[in-house]
Design a protein around this ligand. Structure first.
Ligand code: SF4
Length: 244
């Protein structure tokens, strides 16, 4: 069990652990996995979820599965049919050709539409393989490895996670979501398993959704206030605090 450090510490590795422990107490770790997709399905699900409400991306995923017998059927379909099937997702006209390009790239390299082989690779090599696919970045590569039935130790960072990390001072405001993946993962103990990394992502994401929202962070009821430079600044100078 990790020891919770003194809250006044300035070591970022101690601070990130203190934030993790406090948020785990609030949101209840270990947190159950929300998906049981195989990695190929998780990849498509992740692509559909970009800037889309969970209910709509889930409906688009189910419609795609119902319309075609398997991923090979999707890969061989006209783009208009795929676009129609995923119409509940945002920007189906962009996502349909992107999904087809990715499926065809996997078929060309592997000869089948399965990503189960990633479970036999070291995590960093598996992420690098995924990130060579067209349009796949660190968030999607981490999501495929972490959220799918592979249950690998990879840390995704979504916009809520990223916002809380900036406001609490774990990363600078100038660090974009993509490069923040490596920085935030490096702050966590290297021996953390898949569940702990998943928990870390989930509690920061949930905190961003339920307390540290973009427009109106509820600093007055936040368990991180004494650790959070942005929250203390907002409390002292509410009218002058920029959004971030
Ligand atoms: S104190 Fe405010 S800004 Fe900081 S994490 Fe909490 S809600 Fe967000």
């Amino acid at each position: 069990m990790d020891m919770a450090p003194d809250a006044t510490t300035t070591d970022p590795r101690d601070k990130v652990l203190e934030i993790h422990h406090r948020l785990c107490r609030v949101y209840g770790c270990p947190i159950g996995y929300f998906h049981g997709h195989d990695p190929m399905s998780e990849l498509v699900s992740s692509l559909l979820s970009h800037r889309t409400r969970n209910a709509d991306s889930g409906a688009a995923f189910e419609a795609l599965r119902a319309r075609f017998p398997d991923w090979s059927g999707v890969a061989a379909a006209p783009v208009a049919e795929v676009q129609a099937a995923i119409s509940r997702a945002t920007w189906p006209e962009q996502k349909a050709p992107r999904i087809l390009a990715i499926l065809q790239a996997i078929l060309a390299e592997r000869g089948e539409l399965s990503l189960d082989f990633l479970g036999e690779m070291p995590v960093e090599a598996a992420r690098a393989w995924l990130e060579r696919l067209p349009g796949i970045g660190p968030k999607t590569s981490a999501a495929v490895l972490s959220f799918s039935t592979l249950r690998r130790a990879a840390l995704p960072v979504d916009s809520h996670h990223h916002r809380v990390a900036i406001r609490t001072g774990l990363i600078p405001a100038t660090l974009a979501v993509g490069p923040s993946h490596r920085v935030l993962a490096a702050q966590l103990p290297p021996d953390w398993d898949a569940q702990r990394l998943y928990d870390n992502h989930e509690v920061l994401m949930l905190h961003g959704q339920r307390c540290c929202s973009y427009l109106a962070p509820a600093c007055g009821r936040c368990p991180l206030l004494d650790l959070c430079p942005s929250g203390q600044e907002r409390r002292e100078h509410p009218a002058a605090t920029p959004r971030s």
